[in-house]
Design a protein around this ligand. Structure first.
Ligand code: MLT
Ligand code: MN
Length: 310
């Protein structure tokens, strides 16, 4: 199974269009230690011909352009694409709006939880994806499903499962109290398995806490992509970017005793990769102390174009 990181950044990417803080400024100016990053999404293939995307970021057009595996097959018909399916992990802008760029009559399947599919169904702009060709499949939590393309199986079996999180920002309802109306299925993780080999990995780009269920699930796995939004809970406030903590945004931080570095340390996970890394995060600087700390703890900081073969 081949995995390609199409985008490693969180919402806004790096540089973020309206951000003048040091990471964005340096990425914009071509700083040697601060590479630009597009918004998070990965592509997976079992035959290196057909590809399944996890989330569809607003940067998808450029991501496809930059990834030759996602170009139309040159020996195929005049309109074709290797993209067979898109599986969504939440309804966030950085994860669903790329669907709009996949219009133009290509047939593929969308898989999402009931909650996320309700959001797509409620927003008529997504009807630009002709329902005759683009089928919407509601997945059931904790129930594996075969991922199919329009022409058949992709060789992947995926199990969606709930993780602690928050409803998408634009769906927050202040009247619903401190969880803003969040329900199960608003944020999910995915277990992705290659049917033929049984090789398996986890994709969890948004996660507010490591609960016992999640801990038990990921213990001993070969590979995990995990929420790398923030290094510290307060970094957006400290940098004057946004008056919100990681807790408030539904993202656990990397550092500290409640952070992912500490909590995932002893779970016997072979390969740990941060993804959905916010432009405020100091690990985005290749030469930062924080980058050194996460690498010494055995983590990789994903980058656009990163490839992993399982
Ligand atoms: C998030 O990851 O918390 C969201 O993408 C934030 C947003 O919608 O800007
Ligand atoms: Mn996001």
């Amino acid at each position: 199974m081949k995995i390609k990181v199409l985008g490693s950044g969180a919402g806004g990417g790096l540089p973020q269009w309206n951000c003048n803080a040091s990471n964005s400024k340096d990425a914009r100016n071509g700083h040697q230690f601060v590479a630009p990053r597009s918004q998070s999404s990965i592509a997976i293939s079992t035959n290196e011909k057909d590809w399944v995307l996890l989330n569809a970021s607003p940067d998808i057009r450029q991501q496809i352009f930059d990834t030759k595996e996602l170009h139309p097959h040159e020996d195929g018909p005049v309109r074709n694409s290797p993209i067979q399916a898109v599986i969504l992990t939440n309804g966030d802008v950085d994860h669903v709006t790329g669907l709009l760029c996949l219009r133009e009559g290509h047939a593929f399947n969308i898989y999402a939880s009931n909650r996320v599919m309700e959001t797509l169904n409620a927003n008529s702009i997504f009807n630009v994806l002709n329902e005759e060709k683009v089928k919407r499949h509601i997945t059931t939590l904790n129930t594996p499903f075969e991922v199919n393309g329009p022409s058949g199986p992709t060789g992947l079996q995926v199990t969606p499962f709930p993780v602690p999180g928050k409803v998408a920002l634009y769906l927050e309802d202040n009247a619903q109290g401190e969880n803003f109306g969040t329900q199960e299925g608003d944020t999910i993780g995915l277990e992705v398995k290659e049917t033929a080999t049984g090789q398996c990995f986890y994709y969890i780009p948004g996660c507010a806490a490591l609960d016992e269920a999640l801990k038990a699930r990921i213990t001993g796995t070969d590979l995990i992509f995990f929420d790398g939004t923030l290094y510290t809970n307060n970094e957006m406030l400290d940098q004057g970017l946004l008056p919100k903590t990681g807790d408030r945004m539904g993202h656990m931080n990397m550092s500290g005793e409640d952070g992912s570095l500490a909590l995932l340390q002893d779970l016997n996970i072979k390969q740990k990769v941060y993804i959905h890394i916010n432009n405020s995060n100091p690990v985005l600087r290749d030469n930062s102390d924080e980058r050194k700390i996460v690498e010494q703890a055995g983590w990789q900081v994903s980058y656009d174009g990163m490839e992993i073969t399982l």
